[in-house]
Design a protein. Sequence first.
Length: 142
Amino acid sequence: MNRERLVTTLNLLLTLAALTSLTVATRTEFILPPFIATAGTKFADPQWKYNRTAAVIEGYLICSAIAVVTVLLGGVGLLAASVAVMVSWLIMILLSVEHPPALLAAFLGVLNGAHPFFIIHPVLSGIIVEEVLLYVLTRWLK
């Protein structure tokens, strides 16, 4: 197994284990699908780069904020979730911080009736766990 695949596999397994543990410990549902998608797709090139990590974090924050605003404005259901995804994608494109797995945060956030704390926990705390694990793994395996 080459190094990139090893880092990707370890990151995916550790991210899943860490976020599942946090879900159980905090009794707060983590939106695992987007984080697992990030852990499994972002790291075909596992070189840690600040600008890439910043784009991932910004993408998730944009999408979670759009989900919260959509819910606060009364948006519910599949149509509202789909509109939140499109608005999130347009904003990410305009800001050049595209990270497609983050779109799941907008979609699932609307479907689950996201409240303002959703932006901090599970979204921000989840992506920080995932990014820190990648950073540690790439530095450790050098």
